[in-house]
Design a protein around this ligand. Structure first.
Ligand SMILES: [Zn+2]
Length: 276
């Protein structure tokens, strides 16, 4: 009999296998240090596209939503699942700090290999999914809150970066870029939940509001893809970097090798090309 998953267990699919999957479904050669492929995600995408794969990807990166938060407030995620019904439980990398995790999410490499092993934001020098896309003639871009990890660690590539004041501005920018229809791969980074849970805790009223904001933004982005990328097969992803926890009655935090910080759940959906 299969053992029931408990909150004490760690997920098994490594976050480092995401880049390999994103490349495989776009028919792009994976970056050099990519460790593996999230095959169930690829299978899902292939099944949804009759084996074509996708030519566009829209990744929404809401900071700090762990599996714990998703399960606790699962009702809030119905709107995410409406567009991205495929859930992929993953184990993020250690230490579960923002630049460490996004470094691995988009290089497919462990922190020892990409070089960010604590909270610092240098430009990653090793091969990334962005480099792999550019080599294949695809156009990626990053839309992020300025000074955030995602605004910094993948700089210095021959691609466009849109660094905005805060989450709303980043989402508004991303929607206008989706309408412009010129990028093949857009990453949109938002951070409100991480900000407010550090100032309060992961279950505070403001944190719960931040989840609502993230999930409403996912809906807006997915809707924009649906309306404007009709000639493309698109993968849309809701892809957080790590979870969070609270000790005693202190502030929210993350950085420990515990399931609440390490277990994340990504959501993916395919918006297929509309043939008429
Ligand atoms: Zn983070």
């Amino acid at each position: 009999m299969k053992k029931q998953f408990s909150e004490q267990d760690f997920h098994s699919m490594p976050l480092t296998h995401l880049t390999g999957a994103l490349c495989k479904i776009m028919n792009v050669q994976a970056p050099k240090h990519s460790e593996g492929v999230n095959e169930p995600l690829c299978d899902y995408v292939m099944q949804q596209t009759d084996g074509r794969g996708v030519d566009r990807v829209l990744m929404f990166n809401p900071d700090a939503i762990g599996t714990y938060t998703y399960k606790k407030y699962s009702d809030k995620f119905d709107i995410v699942k409406q567009y991205a019904p495929f859930e992929s439980d993953m184990l993020t990398v250690f230490p579960p700090k923002t630049p460490v995790c996004f470094g691995s999410m988009y290089t497919g490499a462990s922190p020892e290999v990409h070089g960010i092993q604590h909270y610092e934001k240098p430009v990653i020098k090793i091969d990334s999914v962005f480099d792999a896309l550019i080599r294949s003639g695809k156009k990626p871009c990053i839309v992020a809150v300025k000074n955030s990890s995602m605004a910094k660690i993948f700089l210095q590539r021959d691609m466009d970066y849109y660094l905005e004041d805060y989450d709303n501005e980043a989402v508004t920018r991303a929607i206008s870029l989706i309408k412009e229809d010129k990028y093949d791969f857009i990453c949109v980074y938002n951070q409100e939940f991480d900000d407010v849970m550090h100032r309060s805790h992961p279950d505070s009223k403001r944190s719960q509001k931040a989840i609502d904001h993230y999930n409403a933004s996912m809906q807006l982005l997915a809707q924009a893809v649906k309306e404007n990328w009709k000639n493309h097969d698109t993968l849309i992803g809701y892809a957080p970097d790590h979870g969070t926890h609270r000790e005693w009655y202190l502030l929210g935090q993350h950085g420990k090798n515990i399931p609440r910080d390490m277990n994340i759940t990504h959501f993916y959906g395919v918006i297929p090309k509309q043939t008429n």
